[in-house]
Design a protein around this ligand. Sequence first.
Ligand SMILES: [Zn+2]
Length: 313
Amino acid sequence: MNANNHMMQNDNAERKTPRTIIIGLDGATFDLILPWSEAEYLPTLTRLMRNGAYGVLDSFPNMNSAAAWSSIVTGTNAGKHGIFDFGEQLNPSRPWHPVTALDRHRNPFWRILTTAGKRVGVMNVPISYPADAVNGFAVSGMDAPSISSEGFAFPINFLEQLRHAGIDYILDVNQLDAVHEREPNHIPTVVRAMVEARTRAFLYGMEQFRCDVGMVVFIATDRMQHYYWGTSENPFDESWTALRELYQLLDGRIAEILARVGEETNVLIVSDHGFGPRRKAKNEVVVILEKTGLMALQHASTNDTLLKHGLAT
Ligand SMILES: [Zn+2]
């Protein structure tokens, strides 16, 4: 047991209320968790489901991560918090602009806890840039322009503190097409590095600031599912190996977080929406427009036209 753990246990003993940890898995779905749990690939999630409660909840109607996470952290719907997507154009005469936490009309729980004098840590929640000056630590999510943007983290030297502790924080990994081609059968190195760094950064912050409540969102599930979704109905098919390894990696990291925060902790594992295979919309848009009578094609068949424009596969 290291010094930090010892300190946290003493700290826990003095608490009147147990701490709460919220772990977000973006786009995680029971369609994969339940079969893999049954086959004993995910011991931590299985234990949490057995000892707690779980179920499928409704997502935001457009299943958009920006809207759904904003509902999770404010407890209100988008009509109240005002976040519908990652960008918006309020009317045609105004330019499109990326949405950030400055567009949110309701307070997330970490502001309320800060006002109440509680210590709170928040890391990588979509739509949390710029980072709030919380009573604890805050690290922005994917709405931040970059990791080096002003206001990315609070306290402002938090990333520097992480670097001193040997943690190279990675904000996000996008466009994994090329990575998928190079490393199709296992978790890509860059995704693994992001998950490991985030786990260590979160634990560092929780211990350093002795937080009562902490929330961390892992985005790797969403990012990888866009490119690594299996080609078979059977989640034990080879085409699912990389994703299964990712869920196993996260299961292990969740175990590590739970071991460090103590048994009395309330644990919530949340996802913002489900997932499914990625269909090539460009192939379907023309077909849908033609079927609904919104577009008439001059050529003999839809497929000929698609082929002509290089759209059919
Ligand atoms: Zn999402």
